[in-house]
Design a protein around this ligand. Structure first.
Ligand code: AMP
Length: 657
């Protein structure tokens, strides 16, 4: 089957109407199985609403306004009318569909668009710069819209805006890659209690599949009886045997669907693939390439994935603990403790004389930091490497650290860089190494990676230093170090497992942060209300949301009105937030506005409670703004799972409930 634009549109329609993650995954698995290799990249990029793979820095650069103009040209309706419809419906995709239908064009006049053509045209538009480019971009887009059928227009428009609204993001695509090229893993709880696997799913998606089912499972369950009827083959083997085969080589299980009796084994098998795919993905930042590798070279191919110098990797993330004792419990004894500097995380790629600096959002900030670039050139003794550290600003006179907000002015600055470099001098504290002299070193234990780092770095104060570190098993000594770090103006300390590998893109407890503050949450603003009285003209009562990485959805969790200043001189003000958010309003209903998820804010709160009022199922009590986190992308906001963990932790501590 040739899998192209028209097929994908049909599937998009299906996906949009389905809320079950399991069912969505089944559909994605079918897509992966039916898409020819040449189209795999386009199909996956299209589903996720990306014109380029994640690591490519280019953007399409088509604003909503420009898109409305292109729609106006393609459909022959006035721009005011389209704007009015948009304010009412809040989804330009549906409006395109409606206007396209109104055109009453006969089916013959539509030509069949291919994914290749769509990508070619849009990438061409992305490359356009300079005089007249806006008009040319608009013509290219209206050209595409003219050719598209109603349903196609809907998704084409959403694609141009980068928001497909089908609830498919990295998490589900990763699950589908595992399901399509390896196996799907379930354990019997899912059949007996949660009922997530239904008769419909089995009949619709599991016909003619090969099943491997644990002999210990309750095989008389009606769903298993059904499976036996429709399967191509059912292999019933003892649980111990599943364990034995998989410990030898996961792929040797050779089944489309594996159902274990113990949830421990089932989730362990699943998790091993999740880590395999996530880790390879984090190293090359291109999910369609990962799908291709899994398809062509299977497990081995994924294990051999190496990062590409000058293409940012997803870094290992830290978990939070509250005390040194807790830290020892997680990372073991002895452990490494390091200062936690309050700057920004830099991932530095070097090859010979070329140095590139990425932020944790994978943005290239090399131009903004010529000082750091030259320090790295002078102080790192390796042909090529990927190393990590915290860039931190300091006061020239007093040599004290500057708060992150000050340094962030340098990240934002695009011009007069030499001047700001003098005003806000910066240095780097290096703390990890991922790749050195053509060797990927992430599998090495942290203590060895630190040794490599010590070996290649020539330290010089206020230029390049290694993160200050102690290794201890003594709680008192670690506490002294913690206090020392705070007195030096740092944020806290990090605790690191000496024997743990580097896990790109994952938050797995090999690296912990300990800060004296309450656990804050980084949340995304997705809505607000126009204020009244002294706040007239400003947005207020900001609706906060956490992120679900499986579906790409932002789920609401509360409204923020405190901690924001009336005047800009006093800190983050209503005016400032309004300025940032206003261009991203996508819908207005009376006082209430819907805002595209763009801005991440850090908030404190008194407690997390369960709540039916918000789509996350949780509500924050008394949320208060700490600061704007413009170093984080919306996808880096705290996840629903994190919210749940904190909620559980609170309960554990007996705060409430
Ligand atoms: P947070 O941003 O609060 O999740 O804390 C984790 C961040 O602390 C990392 O992403 C780094 O940017 C930063 N950091 C500061 N010092 C260190 C260190 N010595 N080791 C690792 N991360 C550090």
């Amino acid at each position: 089957m040739v899998f192209d634009f028209k097929d994908i549109i049909e599937i998009m329609e299906k996906l949009e109407g389905i809320s079950s993650k399991i069912e969505k995954t089944q559909i994605l698995i079918n897509i992966l199985k039916n898409t020819p290799k040449e189209n795999l990249e386009y199909v996956l990029l299209f589903l996720m609403g990306n014109i380029y793979p994640e690591h490519v820095e280019k953007e399409l650069g088509i604003s909503q306004n420009l898109l409305m103009k292109a729609m106006s040209k393609a459909y022959g309706h006035g721009i005011e009318e389209i704007e009015r419809m948009w304010k009412e419906k809040g989804d330009l995709g549906r409006i395109a569909e409606e206007l396209c239908e109104k055109r009453k064009q006969t089916a013959l006049l539509f030509s069949s668009l291919t994914l290749r053509e769509i990508f070619n045209v849009l990438r061409q538009a992305a490359d356009m710069e300079g005089e007249g480019s806006i008009d040319k971009k608009m013509s290219l887009i209206s050209g595409l819209l003219i050719k598209a059928k109603p349903k196609e227009s809907k998704y084409l428009v959403r694609f141009i805006l980068g928001d497909m609204r089908i609830g498919v993001a990295e998490g589900l695509v990763r699950d589908a890659i595992i399901g399509a090229y390896f196996s799907q893993f379930y354990w019997i709880d899912i059949f007996t209690s949660q009922q997530s696997i239904t008769e419909e799913i089995i009949l619709r998606y599991w016909k003619n599949k090969v099943f491997l089912i644990s002999k210990e499972a309750e095989l008389s369950h009606p769903l298993f009886v059904l499976i036996k009827k429709i399967a191509k083959e059912v292999k019933e083997i003892p649980e111990r045997e599943i364990e034995r085969i998989s410990s030898f080589h996961y792929s040797k299980l050779k089944a489309d669907i594996v159902i274990t009796s113990s949830s421990e084994l089932g989730s362990r098998l699943r998790q091993s693939y999740v880590e395999l795919v996530d880790e390879a993905y984090a190293l090359i930042n291109d999910i369609s390439q990962i799908a291709l590798i899994a398809y062509e070279d299977g497990e081995e191919g994924l294990r051999e994935v190496k990062p590409v110098i000058f293409r940012p990797i997803k870094v290992m993330l830290a978990q939070k603990v509250n005390t040194i004792i807790e830290a020892f419990n997680v990372v073991g004894k002895p452990a490494a403790f390091e200062y936690k500097f309050d700057g920004f995380r830099a991932q530095i790629h070097k090859n010979k004389d070329k140095v590139v600096i990425f932020t944790r959002r994978l943005e290239n900030v090399t131009k903004q930091f010529p000082d750091i670039v030259s320090y790295i050139k002078e102080h790192i003794n390796a042909e090529n490497c990927i190393i990590e550290g915290e860039i931190i600003g300091y006061n020239k006179q007093t040599k004290e650290w500057l708060p992150f907000q000050k340094l962030s002015q340098r990240i934002k600055r695009k011009y007069y860089i030499e001047k700001i470099k003098e005003e806000i001098p910066a240095m780097i504290h290096l703390f990890d190494v991922v790749y050195v002299d053509d060797e990927l070193v992430i599998k090495k234990p942290f203590k060895d990676r630190r040794r490599i780092l010590e070996h290649i770095v020539r330290e010089e104060d206020f230029k390049v230093m290694l993160a200050k570190q102690i290794i201890t098993e003594d709680v008192k000594e670690a506490e002294r170090f913690y206090k020392e770090s705070l007195t030096k103006g740092n944020e806290g300390i990090m605790a690191k497992n000496l024997n743990a590998p580097y896990k790109p893109g994952l938050r797995v407890g090999n690296m912990l942060k300990i800060k004296p503050t309450l656990e804050t949450l980084d949340l995304v603003i997705v809505g607000a209300e126009w204020g009244e009285g002294k706040r007239a003209g400003y947005l207020s009562s900001y609706e906060l949301a956490c992120y679900d990485p499986d579906t790409g959805e932002f789920l609401t969790i509360g409204k923020l009105g405190t901690g924001i200043k009336e005047k800009s001189e006093e800190g983050t003000s209503f005016e400032e937030l309004t300025e940032i958010l206003k261009p991203h309003i996508i819908k207005e209903e009376g006082k209430h506005v819907v805002i595209e998820p763009r801005l991440v804010v850090e908030v404190t709160y008194e407690e997390i409670q369960k709540s039916p009022h918000y789509t996350s199922g949780f509500a924050l009590r008394f949320p208060r703004l700490v600061r704007v986190r413009d170093d984080k992308s919306p996808e880096e906001a705290d996840t629903l799972e994190r919210v749940y963990q904190i909620y559980e932790m609170q309960r554990g501590r007996g705060i409430r409930g």
